[in-house]
Design a protein around this ligand. Structure first.
Ligand SMILES: [Zn+2]
Ligand SMILES: [Zn+2]
Length: 354
């Protein structure tokens, strides 16, 4: 077989937007004399194929899209770009990146590494729990475990994750799974309602499986869960990375980053008193863009962060940035970081969400 295929599924409600994005990718690929074939086999279901002879070209094409901010410019042309980025561009691009990764790091190698003593394959996350999920994710992708085994291990991992984040000690009596999820919601640990719903769904699938009633879980549901939980752990990872990066070097000087809630004295120009009152109310809620709470550091690319040097919006001020030694580069992670940065740059107004 000289065609390599990847199946991508997105929310059926944004099928049309998915087709439009694939059309854009096809046109862009043609400029690299790369032939990208896309077909659809149902709402939200796409199959993308390339010739195996062109895998290197395909990889270069994806890299160039990232380097040229191609996705950002594509999104700029759309009205509801935040939503399209989240529901269409991100899942599709992530899938294509993984697809190209399989050529560069053939599954056999990954499999071998995963079966080794450490059980961890080098990936993009640095946080321990996120890394453990990443390993689980790859075990599923490489079909080393069944769908039910994935759900079982994921249920254990999510339970441990929530217990740890809520500060439970080993052996301490804990709440039921759904109560843990609620508590994590209240404490802003899992701030997206959608993700909380997914967590509960994982637990339901697991308990059904315990009674052997329902161990057959369709691939489509599993891959949706796997991807969404992947993004949830990506957030966890980015959150901890953001909290550990306390200072930045700007125009040759080191500054402490401004925490959410501490920005008023940094603002330039100073704000009118009327807005200060409104701001005091805004900071009682999580950051509308990145979800952190008052006193925490914003995630990379958040449009609410204030620059500690000039007092303007950090993502688009003119202060000269120097990269920190602790910054490391992972090609896959780059795409998502650039994507979120690009999005925020294009949407500078601060609008608190409820
Ligand atoms: Zn933020
Ligand atoms: Zn600045």
């Amino acid at each position: 077989m000289d065609e390599a295929e990847v199946a991508v599924s997105i929310d059926p409600l944004v099928h049309q937007q998915g087709s439009a994005f694939f059309a854009f990718l096809r046109r862009a690929a043609a400029k690299h004399s790369l032939r990208l074939c896309v077909s659809s086999n149902g709402p939200g279901q796409f199959t993308c194929s390339i010739s195996r002879k062109e895998t290197e070209k395909f990889d270069l094409f994806l890299q160039e899209l990232m380097l040229n901010h191609g996705l950002y410019y594509y999104l700029c042309s759309l009205r509801n770009r935040r939503e399209i980025a989240r529901l269409v561009v991100r899942p599709i691009f992530q899938e294509l990146l993984e697809f190209s990764c399989e050529f560069l790091y053939p599954s056999l190698i990954r499999r071998n590494v995963l079966e080794g003593s450490g059980g961890w394959v080098a990936g993009e996350f640095s946080d321990e729990m996120a890394r453990r999920y990443e390993t689980l994710f790859w075990r599923l992708k490489l079909k080393m475990i069944s769908n039910y085994e994935f759900i079982r291990d994921l249920d254990d991992l999510l339970t441990e994750f929530m217990l740890r984040r809520l500060g439970y000690k080993k052996g301490q009596k804990s709440l039921k799974f759904n109560q843990l999820v609620d508590e994590c919601g209240k404490q802003n640990i899992i701030w997206e309602k959608e993700i909380r719903k997914r967590f509960n769904r994982v637990h339901t699938l697991r308990t059904h499986g315990l009674h052997r009633l329902e161990r057959e879980i369709p691939d489509s549901e599993i891959s949706q869960i796997a991807l969404q939980v992947y993004f949830a752990f990506e957030y966890v990872n980015d959150y901890f990375e953001a909290q550990s990066k306390r200072a930045v070097v700007l125009s040759g000087k080191r500054y402490r980053r401004v925490r959410f809630g501490n920005e008023i004295r940094h603002w330039n120009p100073p704000t009118p008193d009327t807005f200060k009152i409104r701001w005091a109310e805004i900071i009682t809620r999580p950051c509308h863009d990145c979800g952190v709470r008052r006193g925490e550091l914003h995630l990379d690319g958040c449009d609410m962060e204030t620059c500690p040097r000039c007092g303007r919006q950090y993502i688009c001020c003119d202060c000269e940035r120097e990269s920190e030694e602790d910054d490391f580069e992972v090609p896959e992670a780059d795409a998502t970081i650039q994507l979120s940065l690009g999005l925020s740059v294009g949407d500078p107004q601060t609008k608190p969400s409820s």
